[in-house]
Design a protein around this ligand. Structure first.
Ligand SMILES: [Zn+2]
Length: 316
């Protein structure tokens, strides 16, 4: 068995301007890291297919989807907030980003590969039901979870998000449901965007107990993360017994990242990945798809891609 890699050059065409941290060079760093280390040779490369409007509308308001289409086509510079720049290609790139995760899910479910890494942009986890937020247009991981639910009939899907920012959009998509567990490990909302993701946000109605937020204090390091991971994150997944795991992978909790204040090493990103892969092996036949979210320091993106990719390849 092997690891799938989902990527397309169209992801580079989402132009965010000269000084935006969420830039095409991030994905160039990912592919370069995999090529130069030879890891790419061990992965099975797949071209993503675009998500349809209907796929995206399982998560987002149809009027919002239409609005993204129109504002991109009109050549508007940004949508909803100035930190969400768009260009004419952004709509197609965003559909291909969400669809890329769906492609990864298909390849894992068909048994062609054990797990998959989707190197996509624009990222997705801040995107809300009816608005763009935090560099994100469509919530890629949420669209894929709904796809697994509706098109593949899975009943228990776990989303684990270790990007340094709270997975607000993902949480809000599923916080009233008990079929999709959302775990977000992030820098404490008192100190970092988007200001949500407190421990007391645990879901509501049928979803009470199916949202887990693990806020981490600034300057947390590998040891503090390991403790939180072992004591909170892994037991929650084990208790839920998912049939499939989706991982929102952020390379921004590392020390060098300019957007946050968490001090992980790139090695630890690999350790977390390996622990998640072990849990996936135990509960869901190793079925796990990793989706790139943030990560803005290019050398660290290279370092984390190597440790993350190695851990995925080493998973049985
Ligand atoms: Zn982030």
């Amino acid at each position: 068995m092997a690891t799938g890699f989902i990527y397309d050059e169209l992801y580079l065409s989402h132009n965010t301007g000269p000084s935006h941290p969420e830039r095409p060079d991030r994905l160039r760093a990912v592919t370069m890291a995999l090529q130069e280390t030879g890891l790419m040779d061990d992965m099975v490369k797949y071209a993503p297919r675009p998500a349809s409007k209907e796929d995206v509308a399982r998560v987002h308001d149809e009027r919002y989807v239409q609005r993204v289409f129109e504002l991109c086509a009109e050549g508007k510079p940004w949508i909803d907030t100035v930190d969400c720049p768009i260009c004419p290609e952004s709509y197609d790139a965003a559909l291909l980003a969400a669809g890329g995760v769906m492609t990864g899910c298909d390849k894992v479910l068909s048994g062609e590969v054990t797990n998959a890494f989707c190197a996509v942009r624009p990222p997705g986890h801040h995107a809300e039901h009816d608005k763009a937020m935090g560099f994100c247009l469509f919530n890629n991981v949420a669209v894929a979870a709904e796809y697994l639910r509706h098109e593949h009939g899975l009943e228990r899907i776990a989303i684990i998000d270790f990007d340094v920012h709270h997975a607000n959009g993902t949480q809000h998509s599923f916080e009233e449901r008990d079929d999709i567990l959302v775990i977000s490990l992030h820098e404490h909302p008192q100190f970092l965007y988007p200001g949500t993701g407190y421990e007391h946000e645990t879901g509501s109605r049928a979803g009470d107990g199916y949202t887990l937020n693990v806020p981490m204090l600034p300057h947390s390091d590998d040891d503090t993360y390991k403790q939180a991971f072992d004591e909170k994150v892994l037991p929650k997944i084990e208790q839920f017994k998912p049939q499939f795991m989706l991982v929102s992978t952020g390379f921004d909790p590392v020390r060098e990242d300019p957007l946050a204040h968490i001090n992980l090493t790139c090695e630890y990103i690999g350790t977390m990945t390996a622990q998640l892969a072990d849990t996936a092996r135990e509960h869901c036949e190793s079925r796990m798809v990793s989706v790139l979210e943030g990560g803005y320091h290019l050398e660290s993106v290279v370092g984390c891609t190597i440790t993350h990719g190695t851990a995925l390849l080493e998973a049985e």
